[in-house]
Design a protein around this ligand. Structure first.
Ligand code: SF4
Length: 284
């Protein structure tokens, strides 16, 4: 099964991806995570360091694919999750989609593309141009990471539009949204009432997750020495279990930009009224 994880930049996509990968590995699956962000830090939480990218390795070998070995580009991370970083085109030149294509081509040449139970692409999601939508060509499911805010849901809607477009020619489904770093989900609910799609999980803001990222560890690794973190792991195990159940998912009917803008801004301009507690009756 191949999964593409998208979401607005800075939303915690890579941390979420790494913890889902670790959760899938905990469920006994052979997992490969492919970072598709020029920042090439997608897998840092799994490996604890910035691994060399496919593009850098190919450049070093003068694009002689036959001289690249699996150990040059595939690194082992926590829980046995294998990790690859596609890398990015040179700044100001080249196409992110080309980089993803080259990565898949090389993995196929190394006979590594079909040997995993799960391949998870972690993709930059602000711009869903043809290039950055490329991983959707290989995916069975898309997952979108969002928070409870306007910008992330606006990006989510653009990603949903890309899924709808790709689903015309590929057996691709949107598995659903993952709410991240939010104690509230009212705007997420407002969005999904207009654009129906499953919400797989909503994670509150948990400082231990942020700390684990900085330390280059998944929350599962941290929980080995801090068992009180097990309930945090359970969020990711829940997502992993839903993925492994091969959800039906949806082909989303994204909202037109203007309609979405009105819907989301109306939420801020006319916040839902919270019922006030009844005042105590004054007995005289
Ligand atoms: S398709 Fe996207 S990634 Fe490729 S060059 Fe155009 S903007 Fe960049």
């Amino acid at each position: 099964m191949k999964i593409a994880v998208y979401g607005k930049g800075g939303i915690g996509k890579s941390t979420t991806s790494c913890n889902i990968s670790a959760a899938l590995a905990k469920r006994g699956k052979k997992v490969l995570q492919i970072g598709c962000d020029p920042k090439h830090d997608s897998t840092f939480t799994l490996t604890g360091f910035l691994i060399p990218t496919i593009i850098d390795t190919l450049k070093e070998k003068d694009y002689h694919y036959e001289n690249v070995w699996p150990e040059d580009v595939i690194y082992q991370g926590y829980g046995g999750v294998n990790c690859v970083e596609a890398g990015g085109p040179p700044a100001g030149a080249g196409c992110g989609g080309y980089v993803v294509g080259e990565t898949v081509k090389l993995l196929k040449e190394l006979n590594a593309f079909d040997e995993y139970d799960i391949i998870l692409f972690d993709v930059l999601g602000d711009v869903v141009c043809g290039g950055f939508a490329a991983p959707l060509n290989y995916a069975d499911y898309c997952l979108i990471v969002t928070d409870n805010g306007f910008d992330a849901l606006f990006a989510a809607n653009r990603i949903a539009a890309s899924v709808r477009e790709k689903a015309r020619t590929h057996p691709l489904r949107l598995a659903g949204l993952i709410g991240n770093r939010t104690n509230k989900r009212d705007l997420i609910d407002k969005y999904t009432s207009a654009v129906p799609m499953p919400v797989l999980e909503v994670l509150p803001l948990i400082d231990d997750i942020r700390i684990s990222r900085v330390k280059g560890k998944t929350i599962f690794e941290m929980a080995e020495k801090a068992p009180h973190l097990q309930p945090v792991c359970d969020y990711y195990l829940n997502i992993a279990d839903q993925i492994l159940a091969r959800p039906e998912g949806v082909v989303p009917q994204d909202a037109p930009d203007r309609e979405l803008f009105n819907l989301l801004s109306d939420f801020y301009l006319n916040p839902p009224t919270v019922p006030q507690p009844q005042g105590e009756l004054l007995m005289v």
